[in-house]
Design a protein. Structure first.
Length: 316
């Protein structure tokens, strides 16, 4: 383990679940401090929302993004507090998870990242109210077919439709206006997708429908202090390492409307020699995707106290 090249990856929205972070706080003072700081910064008990719900409030975009971010950083600090040295050669995050990666790489302070993520959630919710839309998962169609479906739906006047997430081979998420998503599902089924199902999400993330809040979010990004990365961060949009604050700001804003190229992100890190991925945050969504992208790599979830105990045992 200690001789392997490792990467830290951080989950995004839809990784939330009631109870997340609870065992971390019960076991690790470092995690407890992260949640306490978040409650203080936000002036409400985000920790209680994460630990106890209600689920409907946790699933509200304005809360979800902050909750997943805070739980991820709590898991990171809990892992670090064990005293076992584990230095990643690269970090990446899935959509919202990129902000956790920025903290891990020293680009953002935890507090500045929390303010920015909270604002991102607020503005994406606002965009969803101004430009209603949704998202759908398409399984077992190749990427080119899904892109063609999106282009056809948009050209036929059903509304904006584009690929939001290239999650793994055969798993793509589309995003756009409700009528466009519905037509996209219909065409995907006709193309013999194994499944084409609308997701329980009230916004059209990573689509042009988010552009209505782009300028407002850019203002928040521009006033946030950023440092040079201490660890390479592989970008969602370009699949290239982000090497400057200017590039990071462009990534933050562009990510609102651009596709998350997760399959290529993992392939890039594997090509650079990464053999073990540590998914730091709630659930194990990314670990499953990574195993579908590359069967040769190891994945280690780091979202609960039990997960960390397993990792520490593997390190010794």
């Amino acid at each position: 383990m200690t001789t392997e090249k490792v990467a830290f990856v951080f989950p995004g929205q839809n990784s939330q679940e009631v109870g997340m972070g609870a065992t971390l706080v019960q076991t690790y003072p470092a995690a407890r401090e992260v949640f306490a700081q978040a409650d203080d910064v936000l002036a409400f008990s985000l920790s209680r929302l994460c630990f106890e719900g209600p689920e409907a409030d946790l699933n509200d975009t304005i809360n979800t993004q902050a909750a997943v971010y805070v739980t991820s950083i709590a898991a990171l600090e809990a892992l670090r507090s064990t005293g076992y040295e584990l230095t990643p050669s690269a970090v990446a995050g899935h959509s919202l998870g990129e902000y956790s990666a920025y903290v891990a790489a020293g680009v953002l302070s935890f507090e500045d990242g929390l303010h920015l993520v909270r604002e991102r959630g607020r503005l994406m919710k606002k965009a969803g109210e101004l430009n209603p839309g949704g998202m759908a998962a398409i399984l077992k169609l190749d990427d080119a077919t899904v892109v063609k479906i999106c282009e056809t739906v948009t050209a036929q006047g059903y509304g904006v439709l584009q690929v939001a997430n290239y999650n793994s081979p055969g798993q793509v998420v589309i995003s756009g206006q409700h009528s466009a998503v519905d037509k996209g599902i219909e065409l995907a089924q006709a193309a013999r997708a194994r499944r084409a199902i609308k997701l329980q999400i009230s916004i059209a993330a990573h689509s042009e429908l988010m552009r209505v809040v782009e300028d407002e979010f850019r203002e928040a990004v521009d006033r946030t202090p950023l440092n040079l990365p201490e660890i390479p961060i592989v970008a969602n949009i370009t699949v290239e390492p982000l090497s400057s604050p200017a590039a990071i700001r462009a990534e933050m804003v562009g990510q609102l409307t651009a596709s998350v190229r997760w399959t290529e992100t993992i392939q890039r890190m594997v090509g650079d020699g990464v053999t073990s991925f540590f998914e730091i945050g709630p659930k194990n969504v990314l670990s499953g995707l990574i195993r579908r992208i590359s069967r040769e790599v190891n994945t280690y979830p780091v979202g609960t106290a039990d997960d960390i105990a397993t990792v520490v045992e593997a390190l010794t």
